[in-house]
Design a protein around this ligand. Structure first.
Ligand code: ADP
Ligand code: ZN
Length: 708
């Protein structure tokens, strides 16, 4: 019963802390050992911290010279081995340090509270053993007796030694049965999709379903399957604020088994959600990208709207939630479902090649038609914000007491230029990307760093150039003038800050407190608005000018999404896309709702340029307070990289980053393109360790684009 000296005790346990040294720290192995992937509390400097056990090694010094582990808390993820597997994958795939890889896995502020755990008796003791316990450890004896009446909380200092002796263990309550709110009867298409996904249990599948095709019900059926198998489910959503309706649906269907993990719910609510997960009281997790580290044994992992950019974490560890979902699902034999109406092209390519499953929902529920989309050439009506076609469409909706959405897909970037006569977008002499207009009349290529005077006339036709960068405020004002009497609501970062949340703006619009919603990307997502029957895209070209090989894909996805907002309920919808370059593929295919057509064309371009999924990228980013110093570091580093790169690696840059200054820091970058990931890895490994001194920072951003 009482453990003797085992070999494990003479081993050293290596623990990584989230905010500790770069390398794992050595601690003495506790009696009874501790598995890799367990969360432990350890003394560090003058306090204690939670860390992850990542490995064991034989003791080189006498173990009693090492500090002991204070407490073993439990497995960090679904099972012990999973956490180390995920941390190792993070390190390898994203070239990050041990603490960076471990920090998202550690509960930290996510509220692991072992003190609140309940304990139960793990082993029956004979009378003789009881007497001995009473004599030697009277407090443990009292605690043990108290548990005869059933599970109870115990002070950790008392429970921990008892657990090590095998007397007590954590009480894991049986989760309450799922309430049977029951969904609607599945349509034939949904039932067929579900059958296909069930047949591919344990695999990875793209659920390619048009907007309004009923993907949510398919997700819910899969979650019920997993619960039926005694396992949990993980549903990732791009941003909670934009998916409040989905979260409500999950709560309605799965009741208190659902845990919503989200930073905006408040510290207390998050604590309570995490505690319910650790105790096994909740087993359906909904949350944004960080929820992919939820401590559950997921039988199904779902990434909804998998193409969304918010799944990418922009700070170290720069993980993509879909990659982590993939590792976890593969490790635990869970089914992974990637849902989208406009899949990421890399995922789509993987599905087309049969590397992952492809399940389709090609029609909207109840055969509701997709909206009729009209493409209008802005060159014909220069100087007007709304063309007659868009004016008419919105007017028709308003006359029938319905609503309209106007999208201005402006981002915080420098504006690009467009010819008001021929629609030509001036591009860099060395690259095929649009040049950005900087104050003072300078033009800059954010891919290769080229700089020159901004052209005053269109280089193609001598037409007048115009900046693409109209603000939402101006559009809202024009809307009030164009449709007199219409109540206009704005949804952009400013407006969201003013009212305290995008969800408040959505809710007001949904309640009919406004007739027209004007906004940035945010209007394309979020709530279902049954009364919206017209959608206008004010200047479709804006996103195309971004110096990013995905600019075209992102613009197409946004257009498909926003036009899909129209006519989701019984009234048919209509959308108008205004563009200076209506011949661009993103528009031509969006008008026909033709994802496949677009994908084919765009993937051809990607193949030609060696971009993902046909190539690999490595971005080296530099930042600092002084632009000169950043530029010099970028130049030096790029030269080193060039000398290492053979003919199989293209080195683009250095150049100012697409967002050249952020939080007071100037940013530069170098982009490496290669066919093989291994080549980029070699170069990354051969580079001198990243600088981080005198305010200069350097980071490697590896973009492996696995199925995404
Ligand atoms: P998607 O996520 O694919 O865009 P949703 O899951 O939001 O689509 O479904 C679109 C609409 O169809 C929702 O209003 C939903 O309630 C409804 N719906 C889904 N499945 C069914 C069904 N089997 N019967 C009736 N209505 C359904
Ligand atoms: Zn260039």
């Amino acid at each position: 019963m009482l453990p003797s000296d085992s070999a494990a005790e003479r081993e050293v346990v290596q623990v990584v802390l989230g905010h500790g040294p770069q390398m794992p720290l050595d601690y003495a192995c506790p009696a009874g050992g501790v598995a890799e992937g367990m969360l432990v509390r350890v003394p560090f400097r003058r306090s204690t911290q939670i860390g992850l056990v990542v490995s064991h090694k034989p003791a080189e010094v006498a173990p009693d010279r090492l500090r002991p582990i204070a407490e073993v808390l439990g497995p960090a993820l679904g099972d012990a081995a999973e956490a180390v597997f995920v941390a190792q994958a993070l390190r390898q795939r994203y070239l990050c340090s041990w603490p960076q890889a471990v920090s998202p896995i550690l509960p930290g502020a996510r509220g692991f509270e072992p003190e609140a755990a309940r304990w139960e008796i793990a082993a029956a003791l004979s009378q003789q053993e009881l007497d001995r316990l009473q004599a030697r450890a009277p407090r443990q004896f009292e605690a043990y007796r108290a548990l005869w009446r059933g599970p109870a909380t115990l002070p950790l200092a008392l429970a921990a030694p008892m657990a090590r002796k095998g007397l007590v263990r954590r009480h894991v309550p049986t989760p309450p049965p799922a309430p049977h709110a029951g969904g609607p009867q599945l349509t034939d298409a949904q039932a067929a999709a579900l059958r296909a996904l069930r047949a591919g249990k344990g695999g990875t599948h793209l659920l390619f379903g048009v907007t309004g095709s009923g993907k949510t019900e398919v997700y819910f059926s899969l979650i019920e399957d997993a619960l039926g198998d005694g396992r949990g489910a993980l549903l990732l959503v791009p941003e909670i604020a934009l998916t409040a309706q989905l979260v409500d649906l999950v709560r309605a269907r799965f009741g208190n088994r659902a845990a919503v993990l989200h930073s905006a719910v408040g510290e207390a609510a998050r604590h309570s959600a995490m505690r319910r997960l650790h105790e096994g009281l909740a087993d359906v997790v909904v949350g944004p990208r960080s929820a992919v580290f939820a401590p559950i044994d997921a039988g199904v992992v779902i990434v909804d709207e998998q193409h969304e950019a918010s799944y990418q974490q922009e700070e170290a560890p720069r993980y993509h939630a879909q990659d982590v979902a993939l590792w976890r699902a593969a490790r635990r034999g869970a089914t992974l479902v990637l849902g989208s109406a406009t899949p990421d092209l890399c995922t789509f390519q993987a599905a087309s090649e049969g590397r992952i499953g492809l399940v389709e929902l090609p029609e909207r529920i109840a055969r509701r038609p997709l909206p009729e989309v009209q493409l209008v050439d802005l060159r014909r009506t220069p100087g007007r914000i709304f063309t007659p076609q868009l004016t008419q469409a919105v007017r028709d909706s308003l006359r029938q007491g319905q609503q309209a959405i106007l999208l201005l897909n402006r981002r915080g970037f420098h504006p690009s230029m467009v010819c008001t006569a021929c629609g030509h977008v001036p591009t860099c002499p060395q690259c095929s990307v649009a040049i950005a207009y900087h104050e003072g009349g300078e033009a800059v290529c954010h891919l290769c760093g080229w700089r020159g005077a901004a052209p005053s006339r269109c280089p193609e036709c001598q037409g007048k150039l115009r900046l693409l960068g109209t603000g939402t405020q101006r559009v809202a004002q024009a809307a009030e003038e164009t449709w007199p009497g219409a109540r206009v609501l704005r949804l952009d970062r400013d407006a969201v800050q003013r009212v305290g949340g995008a969800d408040k703006v959505y809710a007001a619009f949904r309640r009919g407190e406004a007739d027209i919603l004007v906004g940035t990307q945010m209007v394309a997502k979020g709530f279902d608005f049954p009364l919206v029957t017209s959608v206008g895209v004010v200047i479709g070209d804006i996103g195309l000018g971004q110096p990013d090989y995905r600019a075209s894909e992102r613009t197409f996805q946004l257009l498909m999404q926003v036009t899909g907002r129209a006519g989701r309920a019984e009234h048919p919808g209509r959308a108008v896309i205004q563009a200076f370059d209506p011949d661009h593929a993103a528009f031509r295919y969006a008008v026909r709702h033709d994802y496949r057509g677009f994908a084919e064309q765009e993937l051809r371009e990607r193949r030609r340029g060696g971009y993902p999924p046909f190539g690999e990228l490595l971005l080296i980013g530099y930042s600092g307070i002084e632009e000169q110093a950043v530029a010099e570091l970028a130049q030096r580093r790029t030269q080193e990289v060039r000398s290492m790169a053979g003919g199989d690696v293209r080195v683009l840059g250095p150049a100012p980053a697409p967002i050249p200054k952020a939080k007071g820091r100037y940013r530069w970058q170098t982009l490496l393109v290669a066919e093989r990931r291994e080549r980029l890895r070699e170069i990354a490994a051969a580079l001198p360790p990243p600088q981080d001194h005198q305010g200069l920072r350097e980071a490697l951003f590896f973009d492996p684009r696995q199925f995404r």
